[in-house]
Design a protein. Structure first.
Length: 64
C-alpha cells in the first residue's frame, strides 16, 4: 500500500479521513442543489465547501 506509506497514515486513519471528506462534499453538493433552485438560500454554500478543504494559503478572502 504505497499511498498509505507516502502519506504516513494507517488504513483506518485514511478510511476515516476519506469518509469525513466525502461527507462534507456530499453535504456541500446538496446545499448547492438547493441554492441552485432557490438562489437566495444559502448563498455561501459553494465557497464554504471549497474553503473547508482548500489549503490555508489558497483560501479565498471574503468579498465585501
Amino acid at each position: 500500500m504505497g499511498h498509505l506509506a507516502d502519506i504516513n497514515k494507517s488504513y483506518f486513519s485514511h478510511l476515516l479521513g476519506a469518509w469525513k471528506m466525502a461527507f462534507w462534499f456530499i453535504l456541500g453538493g446538496f446545499r448547492l442543489i438547493i441554492h441552485g433552485i432557490i438562489p437566495n438560500f444559502d448563498i455561501h454554500a459553494g465557497q464554504d465547501t471549497v474553503d473547508r478543504y482548500a489549503p490555508p494559503n489558497e483560501r479565498s478572502e471574503p468579498s465585501s
